[in-house]
Design a protein around this ligand. Structure first.
Ligand SMILES: Nc1ncnc2c1ncn2[C@@H]1O[C@H](COP(=O)(O)OP(=O)(O)OP(=O)(O)O)[C@@H](O)[C@H]1O
Ligand SMILES: O=C(O)c1ccc[n+]([C@@H]2O[C@H](COP(=O)([O-])O)[C@@H](O)[C@H]2O)c1
Length: 202
């Protein structure tokens, strides 16, 4: 039988409850068997900002998803050298699963609006179905996509949380409890993340 597998790509710096709620809602709506969270290795469209080490972002994603039996984490983008492109992510995952799985690539409304700027954008829609989820402050209609693009637009519970806000709150000494899973708060504290300016990693 063919599995239905969601692919939730992100920088996850840090992963927060907006990511988790979106993945959970899409898994329910589309009867997905699994959602694979895929932390980006080098998110090239964020090259103007400092991004934490991939290993920290990967480990926080593992911690955040550990309690959900349908959630898994892939190292496929973290372990690939160079800028992270979804076309490589989907090629690697399609090579791994072949005909055994249908892939559903999940993005927020802000990211969906930029998808035509991605590497080999013309190939992407043949490699997975795309699911754009609602996100406070962004309009799904901002994504001007080809009429025949395999994109579904899905409302999810509104979570006005961003990784940027979480980082800024930590730097300002404000709490991030309940914005991110408890284990992620503890990881950030233990590893002193976001407390002071970080050297660029790419
Ligand atoms: N609150 C949210 N609701 C719905 N989707 C979200 C939310 N936050 C992030 N996403 C989506 O999750 C994916 C990964 O997002 P990302 O890791 O870049 O988080 P972010 O909060 O947007 O980070 P940053 O503030 O650093 O830009 C993207 O497709 C993004 O649109
Ligand atoms: O393929 C690309 O060129 C591309 C450009 C920007 C973002 N993406 C993917 O979109 C997902 C969300 O990325 P980000 O940077 O918004 O965290 C993640 O899986 C990225 O690899 C992909």
């Amino acid at each position: 039988m063919t599995s239905r597998i969601g692919v939730m790509g992100g920088t996850f710096d840090p992963i927060h409850h907006g990511h988790l709620v979106a993945a959970s809602e899409v898994a329910d709506t589309f009867a997905l068997d699994e959602v694979i969270f895929v932390p980006a290795g080098q998110p090239w469209q964020k090259s103007d900002q400092v991004v934490s080490a991939a290993e920290d972002r990967y480990l926080m994603t593992v911690i955040a998803t550990a309690s959900n039996p349908r959630f898994t984490v892939s190292r496929v983008d973290v372990d690939r050298d160079g800028p992270t492109y979804a076309v490589d992510t989907l090629r690697d995952l399609n090579a791994r699963y072949g005909d055994k799985a249908d892939l559903f690539f999940i993005t927020g409304a802000d990211v969906l609006a930029k998808i035509l700027s991605w590497k080999d954008a013309d190939q992407l829609f043949g490699m997975a179905q795309f699911i754009g989820v609602t996100r406070p402050g962004f309009q799904l209609s901002d994504a001007h996509l080809p009429a025949d693009a395999p994109v579904s637009l899905v409302p999810v519970p509104a979570m006005a949380i961003s990784s940027t806000d979480c980082r800024n709150r930590v730097a300002a000494g404000q709490p991030i409890w309940y914005l991110v899973p408890d284990g992620v708060v503890q990881y950030i504290t233990k590893h002193h993340l976001y407390r002071e300016p970080m050297a660029p990693t790419m």
